[in-house]
Design a protein around this ligand. Structure first.
Ligand code: ZN
Length: 378
């Protein structure tokens, strides 16, 4: 049996693979950072009919140690269909295993259904082939990977600017699945609800903010060890060119609505965090936030408002976060959207947990709500 992670978003260290009934593994830290939580590895040479068990021994020391209770690892025989394997967290280790289906000699395991760089390239190509979609600009990561900013402009009447960025935290692969859901809906030429939105607004989309971190199998940071979602007051060419690129484009273009797409390790629900702690938070923004959330619930989307982060006290927001920084600077409706690594427990699916397809569906539902509210953003 051979275990490898030398590929896009791979991350695992093999401690002892001599016994297939108890393979001991560990997660690698992000480069230049102590964060770790993401894992993704391939196992070759499975023994038909035998049970294989894996134990990630440093799970208890990861960035979010409460993440593992109630969590089940994702697995796939073909990197297309991902399913969950029952997992348990005991004595600081995350353990899972299975008896592989006999026709398969290899299997992949990951913290979440991975969104590959290859799929990213194909997504950008697909988007650019759609009517009214162009490459507005392209930024560069520290290691020289492209950060595409797509503009969706279909009607001269459109005056509002809706921004959606994703995967500042590179291990949060559900975020780019969400962006694929946006682009998938843009491909439906008979979608009158979408067309009504685009009569009033252009979309500005950054499907992947942190390609270096994603490729390296990081959880939280870029190649410099910088958490991009803590850099919005201090973005620099040296440590966070990814943020600087988007901030400069926002200042040129303007922002009327901002969504920053993330995944949460611990909370098994989809939720949003808003700008209630911003110094510039007003009753207008508060009403827009409540209406957005309520409309999303009413739309039947996989979303809820009971569970989430504690609300910030007035004036106490951390303005290093994208959501708060953009909401404050542009006086606009601004949210962090969090999707779970576990499941959305309001409508659980034990076979898949939260996954790529559900992230895409949520994105389509969210475009509907943006369309309902676009005429009142200002
Ligand atoms: Zn995040």
């Amino acid at each position: 049996m051979k275990i490898s992670s030398d590929f896009d978003s791979g991350n695992i260290l093999v401690q002892d693979a001599s016994n297939p009934h108890k393979v001991l593994l560990a997660m690698r830290k992000d480069l230049n950072s102590d964060h770790f939580q993401w894992f993704h590895f391939r196992v070759d040479g499975l023994t038909p009919g035998a049970r294989h068990d894996f134990s990630i021994t440093n799970a208890g020391q990861s960035a979010y140690s409460h993440a593992w209770t109630g969590y089940n690892a994702a697995a796939s025989y073909d990197q297309q269909t991902w399913f969950r394997v029952p997992s348990r967290f005991e004595n600081g280790a995350l353990s899972f295993g299975l008896e592989p289906e006999p026709e398969h000699e290899q299997i992949w395991f990951a913290y979440f259904e991975p969104y590959s760089r290859e799929r990213h390239a194909s997504l950008i190509a697909k988007a650019l082939a759609l009517p009214g979609v162009e490459l507005q600009a392209s930024g560069r990561s520290i290691e020289g990977r492209d950060i595409e900013l797509l503009r969706v402009h279909r009607h001269a009447s459109a005056t509002r600017k809706v921004w959606i960025i994703a995967q500042q935290h590179p291990g949060e692969h559900m975020a780019e699945w969400f962006m694929e859901g946006i682009i998938r809906r843009l491909g439906d030429s008979a979608d009158s609800e979408l067309d009504a939105l685009l009569q009033q607004a252009d979309l500005y989309l950054v499907p992947n903010m942190n390609p270096d971190g994603a490729f390296r199998g990081h959880l939280r940071t870029n190649a410099a060890g910088q958490d991009l979602n803590r850099a919005w007051q201090s973005a620099s060419t040296e440590r966070s060119p990814e943020v600087l690129f988007v901030q400069q484009a926002m200042r040129e273009i303007g922002v009327d609505l901002f969504l920053d797409i993330h995944g949460d390790e611990e909370i098994p629900h989809v939720f949003t965090a808003g700008c209630e702690g911003n110094p510039g938070f007003t009753p207008r923004l508060e009403a827009l936030e409540s209406e957005f959330r309520q409309r999303l619930v009413d739309s039947g989307a996989e979303f809820q408002t009971r569970f989430g982060y504690p609300r910030s006290a007035p004036g106490k927001a951390n303005l290093n976060l994208a959501c708060n920084a953009v909401g404050e600077e542009f006086d606009c409706l601004s949210f962090t959207l969090e999707m779970p690594f576990k499941d959305h427990d309001d409508t659980p699916n034990p076979q898949t947990g939260w996954n790529g397809e559900r992230s895409m569906k949520l994105a389509a539902d969210m475009l509907g709500v943006i369309g309902q509210m676009v005429d009142r953003l200002r």
